[in-house]
Design a protein around this ligand. Structure first.
Ligand SMILES: [Zn+2]
Length: 149
């Protein structure tokens, strides 16, 4: 059985122009600005990032906040958190996917050791025929092998 793997969608380009004045005021009504971090109070996705629905789409709240406050976000660009507080929509900066990974590693949030996915879920690793680089099937290996399997 093939493991289910869902590719993350390439983040869409965003700018202030994508949202109506009504959407923008609705967005800021969901933000609590009382603390140092501005916290998204409405719904969040399973990873803890704020979700904002507009124009028939679900946007990530921190990406929308960056587009509203700082300017357009190009397609594929990541909006990163300086503060590592996922519901925060204030302490943001722009970076590439690679810079996002490097930032995560530098701040000690990368899954290492026993928290690494390869150790937590070894069954998800594509081994043998399931591996995309496999050139032989198990039956071909058995047929051509000198060893009895
Ligand atoms: Zn923050």
């Amino acid at each position: 059985m093939r493991t289910k793997f869902k590719w993350r969608k390439m983040p869409l380009a965003l700018s202030k122009c994508d949202f109506s004045k009504k959407d923008i005021s609705r967005f800021w009504a969901h933000v609590d600005k009382k603390s140092r971090c501005w916290i998204w109070k409405a719904s969040c996705n399973k990873y803890g990032y704020g979700k904002f629905a507009a124009n028939g789409k679900d946007y990530r709240a921190h990406r929308v906040a960056f587009a509203l406050l700082r300017g357009a976000v190009s397609r594929g660009d990541c909006v990163l958190h300086k503060c590592d507080n996922r519901p925060c929509v204030r302490h943001l900066f722009l970076g590439s996917h690679i810079e996002n990974g490097a930032d995560m590693k530098r701040k000690g949030r990368a899954a290492r050791g026993d928290k690494n996915g390869a150790r937590l879920h070894p069954e998800r690793r594509a081994r043998g025929e399931r591996n995309g680089d496999a050139r032989l099937t198990l039956s071909q290996v058995r047929k051509n092998s000198n060893f009895a399997c």
